[in-house]
Structure formats: C-alpha cells, structure tokens
Design a protein. Structure first.
Ligand code: C2E
Ligand code: CA
Ligand code: CA
Length: 468
C-alpha cells in the first residue's frame, strides 16, 4: 500500500473510532444507567417527536406514567442496594413486556413511563399492572411492590407533550391518594380540577404583588406564666372572592409553580418589619418562620436569607427558622451547610413536625438545633394513649438533658397542657391559647394581659384533683 493510502486508512479508522465513541456518549447521555431504559431527557424529546408524527398522520398516542407503590418503605427497610435491584427488575419487566413501537423510560426515582398507541388503553394498563405485581425475591425476601398508573391520551385529553405529562401525572396522583395498585385515565373530574388550578395559578401570580398574601402570627406561650414569648409566622391569603385561604389551599400549588420562594420572601420581609418593634420593646423574644423544603434545596438559600434579614431591623438572635426533618434528610450535606451558616449568625433552628417522620436522631443531633417542635399528632394522643404519654415524657426528659427546648404544638385541651407542663414542657402553642391572628390583633395581646391564665397547680397530683 502506498504511504498516502495507508495514512488515509488510519485516518478512516480513527474517524470510525471517534464516531463510535460519539455514539456511545450519546447513548449513555440518553440512558438511565441503572435500568438501561431511556432517561427523562431523551424520553421527553421522543414524546414530542411522536406527537408531531401523530399530529401529521392523524393518530393517537397514550402516555402511561408508572409509580411503584411502597418503594420508599422497601428501600428504607431492605437498603438502597435492594432498592436498586428492584428498580432494575422493574426496568427489565417493562422492557420485556414492551411491544413493537412502544417506548419505555425511567423518569427518575421509582417513576417510569410508557408511550404507546392510544387504542385499548384499559387492556394495556391492566397488563402492565399484572406484570409489575408479580412477586420477586430480593435477598431471600419475596416482595411484590405493585404499581400505580396514570394515563393521558393525545389528542383526546391533551394537545401537547407538556399537558399530556401533566394530565397523566394528575391521574396517577389520584390513584395514589386512593391507595394505589390501580390505573386511572384523565377524565372530566380531573379536567375540572385542572381548570380550577389554572384559575388559581393566575390569581396567585396576581396576589403576590397585590399584597393579598400576608403574615399572620400564632403565639407561643410560656406555660408557667401564660405570657407570649414568641410568635410563629403563618401565611394567609386574603382571596377577594373566596375569603381567607389557609396555606394548604395554596402552598402546594405555589411550590409546584415555583412561586413559593416569592411568597416566603414576601412573608418573611413583612413579618420581620411587623415584629421587629415587638422584639425591640421586649414584648417577645423571637419570631419563627417556616421555610419551604424547596428553599433548602437552593444552594444560595442561607446566604439569601441572611442578606434579607440584614435589610430588616430584626436582630439575627430573634429569628428562628423552622425546618422539617423529612426534608433535612433529603440532602443532609446541603442542609447542614445551610443550618451551620444560619447558626453562625446567631439565627436559631427549630425542628418542625417532630414525631411524624422516621427520625434519624443521630444525624439530627449532629446539627446545631436549639428547638424541637412536637407535632400535633403526638400532642393529640397525650393523655388518651398511655404509651404516647410515656413517650412524650421521655422525650421531654431527654431534651432537657441535651439542652434542647421543646415546643408542644397543637395544644387544644387544658388536660394536655397540664400533662405537658407537669412533664416539664414550658413552651406551648395551640388553639387552647390562641389561634393564628393578624398583626394588629397579636400586637394588642402583646400589649395587654396574658392570653390565658391556666393557674395550673404545680404538681400532677394536684392537677388531677382539680381537673380530673
Ligand atoms: P406548621 O408549621 O406545622 O404550622 C402549624 C399549623 O398548625 C398551622 O396551620 C396552625 O394554624 C395549626 N395549628 C396551630 N395550633 C393548632 C391547634 O391547636 N389545633 C389545630 N388543629 N391546628 C393548630 P396552618 O396555618 O394552616 O399552616 C399549615 C402549614 O403550612 C404549616 O404547618 C407550615 O408548614 C406551612 N406554612 C404556613 N405558612 C407558611 C409560609 O409562609 N411559608 C411556607 N413555606 N410554609 C408555610
Ligand atoms: Ca412550623
Ligand atoms: Ca409544625
């Protein structure tokens, strides 16, 4: 072979190599490494392409979103490796079951998807459920996780990929809230809900700059004196037609729309401005603000909060930030960085809703947390369920030993307050003392008399005699 020809050949070989490498990189970028299925990015692109094609040829396309039931608990009890094995097996079953022209994908976590044609949707969904419900053995244990499926069809339900995914998700969510292990398609009921949500979305976008969302305050009481020592800031929406809306009616949708950051920022600034004089005059020690789980996932969260606080007259030591444990454990390293940064400024951290999750006490104890808020579900059972009462007593005892302050939330009955106080809990919050109220009203209380005079006898025996 002549020299130029040989050179050309090496060059061609090199080009082929590069081509293969490029293909591999491309394929890897499009596949989920655990299951080998298409990943979310590639799936969305493929869904758009298929809808374009269907539009052109007058065909229909069905989207199935699949979510495993009880995956989280299996993952927690059997470990992450077992969880991975389970996900890989589900991927394998979906692949083996897929017919020609169908596309299966892993969207992330325990969520999968199937794109197929829009005919015989019920039969296809049923087959999918049956396949996924078959038991499998992991580490010698037979598990059958089962799945829930939500379906939306183009063009019957939605005209584009975004709506199709959203509607299939809505159908899935409905199945999940009704216990799972079933499939459901988008329908008139969900369509009406979607319309309601869209109205709410438009109203919410207008409400934030319009000042319709404002901070209310719920007093935290010193059980020994009945005096207010702190207030928790709770958002309320003064809706022009619907009246006063609670966070449950708008916080979840605001989170979904990415508007919760704006709401929290507004509530935070307004609350600090209102409460700074109360702190300055010594009427309360501190105010507590809730932060959305989403906020803590923002790497700049703590820096932003410190910056915002500096623009108000509230001293850092008078601010408590309430975070929930479920959320802390989601990205513990990041949460730790935020919490340590806030603590370094003198801001206090409270662990909210304590007693509702699977507490990883050891991890939590490694954080600079000064306050733990016992969840209403525990307080509700106090005095009614002897085991819960004992547990709460033990928690209070442990908290004292660790120098952690406990606030009991959702105290509604005097008997609960008496029990808690006798067990050594001196901070309480709940309807027994005061409901959340607007700034003007809480200020009147702060300047007036104690909210409630429990006049509680100091020993449990006396308490029983007086109230039992
Ligand atoms: P949370 O932080 O656990 O707040 C306590 C909730 O319990 C409040 O509900 C309060 O009104 C209610 N509560 C207090 N005492 C009692 C009682 O004795 N009995 C009963 N049944 N309930 C009581 P609310 O105001 O509806 O807030 C619900 C949740 O919304 C809050 O739970 C908090 O997680 C979230 N939230 C409230 N405001 C904001 C905010 O500005 N930003 C963010 N991100 N979340 C907020
Ligand atoms: Ca709270
Ligand atoms: Ca709480």
């Amino acid at each position: 072979m002549s020299e130029p020809a040989a050179r050309l050949e090496t060059l061609a070989a090199r080009v082929a190599e590069l081509e293969a490498e490029r293909e591999l990189t491309l394929r890897l970028a499009q596949t989920d490494s655990l299951t080998g299925l298409v990943n979310r990015g590639a799936f969305t692109a493929e869904l758009c392409a298929r809808l374009d094609d269907a539009r052109e040829h007058g065909r229909s396309v069905a989207l199935f979103v699949i979510d495993l039931d009880r995956f989280k608990s299996l993952n927690d009890t059997l470990g992450h490796h077992a969880g991975d094995l389970l996900l890989a097996e589900v991927g394998e079953r979906l692949r083996a079951d897929a017919g020609p022209g169908e596309l299966t994908a892993r969207l992330g976590g325990d969520e999968f998807a199937l794109i197929t044609e829009g005919r015989d949707v019920a039969a296809r969904a049923q087959r999918l459920l049956t396949k996924l419900a078959q038991p499998q053995t992991i580490y010698g244990r037979v598990v059958s996780p089962g799945a829930s499926v939500g379906v939306a069809v183009f063009p019957d339900h939605a005209a584009d990929a975004g709506d199709l995914q959203r509607f299939a998700d809505m159908a899935l969510y409905r199945v999940k809230t009704r216990g799972g292990r079933r499939w459901s398609a988008f329908d008139a009921e969900l369509s009406a809900e979607n319309a309601r949500r869209q109205t709410l979305e438009a109203e919410l976008r207008r409400a934030i700059p319009g000042g319709e969302i404002e901070p209310w305050f719920q007093p935290v009481i010193d059980a020994n004196t009945g005096r207010i020592t702190a207030v928790e800031v709770l958002a309320r929406w003064n809706h022009p037609e619907q009246g006063l809306l609670l966070p449950a009616a708008f916080v979840p949708i605001a989170e979904e729309l990415g508007l919760i950051g704006q709401i929290d920022e507004h509530i935070f600034e307004a609350a600090c401005a209102l409460a700074a004089p109360w702190v300055a005059e010594g009427l309360i020690e501190s105010i507590s603000c809730n932060v959305s789980p989403r906020d803590l996932l923002d790497p700049a969260f703590s820096r932003k909060l410190i910056g915002r606080l500096a623009r108000t007259d509230l001293p850092a030591t008078a601010l408590t930030v309430e975070v929930t444990e479920t959320f802390l454990l989601q990205d513990f390293a990041l949460a730790r960085r935020h919490i340590e940064r806030l603590a370094a400024k003198g801001i206090r951290i409270a662990l909210d809703d304590f007693g509702t999750g699977y507490s990883n006490i050891r991890a939590l104890m490694s954080l600079p947390i000064q306050t733990v808020k016992l969840d209403r579900s525990l307080i509700e059972a106090v005095g009614r369920d002897a085991r819960v009462s004992k547990l709460v007593s033990a928690m209070l005892h442990a908290a004292r030993a660790l120098g952690v302050r406990i606030v009991a939330e959702g105290v509604e009955h005097e008997a609960q307050a008496l029990f808690l106080r006798a067990a050594g809990c001196d901070r309480m919050q709940g309807y027994l003392f005061a409901r959340p109220m607007p700034a003007a009203k809480v200020e009147a209380h702060l300047r007036g008399s104690p909210l409630i005079d429990l006049a509680m006898p100091s020993t449990p025996a006396l308490a029983r005699r007086r109230h039992g």
